[in-house]
Design a protein around this ligand. Structure first.
Ligand SMILES: Cc1ncc(COP(=O)(O)O)c(C=O)c1O
Length: 389
């Protein structure tokens, strides 16, 4: 016998390691300040840890229901109703997921048949396109307007065909920090109205929108909510990105299809975290105060960057700040964004993410993304280093 690992055709021949993993590894290797991958370098509220610990000690450690524990689905439905004025039935219309990533994949697997077209607005979060491809769907890329990253509705309308199954939107937007206005949501509603296109609305940064703007959820628009999977993430809202817990709110017929895939994908999400989160959510203050918490960090970071040769792009929401590098005084400013970010990490000691990583064609516009979900001292150290350029 000759033991041999059989070769087989890759289902994802073009898929590499995500840029976030690559840049975080480089930041660790070089000791750079990691403003690349989006996660806080500070801990969550100890009361949340206590709530999860208490649930574990109370013996809430066995399989929960497939759709998520009732207190968390109830708390999520109550929160959506309070904030966005739409009542989702926690029994039939809210599902707890292993983070937004699994929620989006599951929604796509549940609705996309081979050959179906799915529209993404580029730049977009890096899991969308591989998810569509895994489902056998055809990715249709529509660019957001370069510079402002606002949706181009003529282009969106032109991209819709009889084969379009779904459209993915993301507001507040990673990587640009752009936040859709009420008028833009209404415009989308009008465009989708005569179609059977489903909507996946990735709203993981819903609590990071800065005054005077506000978050507009698809839940607030009758015509959008009726066709939407609305995706949220506790990881972003409560500074626990490693917990990987989120929710999907969708009308009952959509949730029913979603759950068929969910039950044979992860089946359930860990029990004590769900109970801990449900108890912690009884107090709305942590998420109501989140915009002010991050707005202060955004302002600190933007004020510091304004003293450098980076040009600031708008920072309406999320914990990301994009900057244009073309005015820098160093020759490396002419490198492609990805190479510039490698250089910035190795030689300047600050990791960032190139915007080209969020485009299929690698569109290079001399813009990079920093994450400001960091302690003030981390941001100050990064700013000191960036001031050299
Ligand atoms: C736009 C967007 N969607 C989804 C996710 C994934 O969220 P989760 O960690 O809950 O899977 C992220 C994480 O960075 C994101 O930025």
């Amino acid at each position: 016998m000759t033991p041999r690992t059989p070769s087989f055709p890759s289902k994802t021949p073009h898929m590499g390691t995500t840029i976030f993993t690559v840049m975080s590894a480089l930041a660790t290797e070089t000791g750079a300040v990691n403003l690349g991958q989006g996660f806080p370098d500070f801990d969550c509220d100890p009361r949340l840890l206590d709530a999860v610990n208490a649930a574990m000690r109370e013996g809430l450690n066995q399989y929960p229901p497939m759709t998520g524990v009732a207190p968390l689905r109830d708390a999520t439905a109550a929160k959506i109703e309070a904030l966005y004025g739409r009542r989702y039935d926690p029994v039939r219309e809210i599902t707890v997921t292993a983070g937004a990533t699994q929620a989006i994949l599951t929604a796509i697997l549940a609705i996309v048949h081979p050959g179906d077209e799915v529209i993404v607005l580029e730049p977009c979060y890096d899991s969308y396109v591989p998810n569509i491809e895994l489902a056998g769907g055809v990715v249709v890329r529509v660019p957001l307007t370069p510079g402002t990253f606002r949706p181009d509705f003529d282009k969106i309308a032109a991209a819709i065909t009889s084969k379009t199954r779904a459209l993915l939107i993301n507001s507040p937007h990673n990587p640009s920090g752009m936040v859709w206005t009420r008028e833009e949501m209404l415009r989308l509603q009008d465009i989708l109205d005569p179609t059977d296109v489903l909507l996946i609305s990735d709203e993981v940064y819903e609590h990071m929108v800065y005054a005077p703007l506000q978050h507009w959820s698809a839940a607030q628009f009758e015509g959008l909510a009726a066709r939407a999977f609305i995706v949220s993430s506790f990881g972003k809202t409560y500074h626990v990105t490693g917990w990987k817990i989120g929710t999907v709110a969708a009308p009952a017929p959509l949730s029913a299809e979603f759950r068929k895939v969910h039950q044979f994908n992860v089946f359930t999400v860990n029990t004590p975290m769900q109970h801990g989160l449900a108890r912690y959510m009884a107090d709305p203050k942590p998420y109501l105060e989140l915009p002010a918490f991050y707005q202060r960090k955004r302002d600190l970071f933007r004020t510091g960057l304004a003293q450098t040769k980076f040009s600031l792009l708008p920072g309406e929401g999320t914990y990301f700040q994009c900057v244009d590098i073309s005015g820098l005084a160093v020759p490396e400013k002419d490198l492609p964004e990805a190479e510039f970010c490698q250089w910035l990490t190795r030689e300047v000691g600050v990791a960032a993410i190139p915007l080209s990583a969020f485009y299929g064609g690698g569109f290079d516009q001399k813009v990079i993304r920093f994450c400001f979900a960091k302690k003030d001292e981390t941001l100050q150290l990064a700013l000191q280093r960036l001031a050299r350029l």
